[in-house]
Design a protein around this ligand. Structure first.
Ligand code: BT5
Length: 268
């Protein structure tokens, strides 16, 4: 079991975890973080849980995690960004997860556009980003992350796509505290840089497993089929269609199909 005291004593961050709640059981860390956000909680608030009874994925889907097996957390941030730039926050969180995985296990994870973290094409973690807007501006963003650490994915029900965990990849259990601390520190560093004007686009692009692949993207209107060529500063995917046209698909607005797998994203 993790505990608030052990996490706080190990954590060296500027912002993340300055308020930290740890729950043995909760409905959903995102639901809790959204309620705190609406109540004016400070950015940097982190909600952690060992077990969720209503763990959420995108578009009403479920997130499954046996007790004590995973990292289940939500971060509350109030970045000076526009709602259409919110994917930048997902980008730094995914990059933080990839860094933490590499540091703790030497495994190399990648991003499956737009929001999944995969190892060898299998889903290791999912990110659920939920926003609040004030007029044209972003009032808050809650980033929920579920990362499979020490679990047998064969026990997970109703998976849309192949999944994996760190212990399954390594054949040995992983220290969740070290992984968590490294994750929060890696995101914290990138968040400070982002606020100072840095774009995570190039680093994120280098970690994208989707580029060069044939994709079909279903959103509003006609599906777009083509080769995923690039991403822009806001994480939108640039797809070269068979007619040679380059179409830009916003991360928050689509269903992606690559090969046999699929994923959907919430509208920001
Ligand atoms: C996601 O949704 O991948 C975002 C998941 C975010 C979960 C975190 S946990 C902490 C925080 N609090 C919450 O309530 N949620 C966040 P999506 O792309 O819609 O993927 C959901 C789909 O992934 C499901 O329909 C399953 O097919 C599959 N799935 C469920 N649990 C999984 C797991 N542990 N590992 C891999 N795939 C899983």
């Amino acid at each position: 079991m993790l505990s608030e005291a052990t996490i706080t004593s190990r954590l060296h961050t500027q912002l993340l975890g300055r308020v930290l709640e740890y729950h043995a059981h909760i409905d959903s860390t995102n639901t809790r973080a959204l309620a705190l956000a609406r109540g004016g909680a400070p950015e940097g608030t982190v909600i952690l849980a060992e077990e969720q009874t209503q763990g959420r994925g995108r578009l009403g889907r479920r997130w499954h995690a046996p007790p004590d097996s995973s990292l289940l957390l939500s971060l509350l941030l109030r970045p000076p960004l526009l709602p259409r730039q919110a994917q930048r926050i997902t980008m730094i969180c995914s990059l933080g997860a990839i860094e933490a995985v590499a540091h703790t296990t030497s495994l190399e994870a990648q991003v499956k556009w737009p929001n999944d973290i995969v190892i060898h094409g299998k889903k290791l973690a999912g990110v659920l980003c939920e926003l609040g807007a004030r007029g044209q501006e972003l009032a808050y963003i809650v980033v929920g992350m579920g990362l499979n650490v020490n679990l047998d994915v064969a026990a997970l029900p109703e998976l849309l796509a192949p999944a994996t965990s760190l212990s399954a990849e390594l054949g040995a259990p992983v220290d969740r505290l070290e992984l968590l601390v490294t994750l929060l520190e890696a995101i914290d560093r990138r968040y400070a840089r982002l606020i100072a004007g840095w774009s995570p686009r190039d680093e994120w692009r280098d970690r994208l497993a989707t580029l060069g692949q044939a994709v079909t993207i279903r959103g509003e209107g006609e599906p777009i089929t083509g080769i995923a060529e690039d991403v822009d500063a806001d994480g939108s995917l640039c797809v070269r269609t068979p007619s040679g046209e380059l179409r830009t698909v916003i991360a928050g607005d689509v269903t992606l199909r690559t090969g046999h797998s699929s994923s959907d994203t919430n509208k920001p």
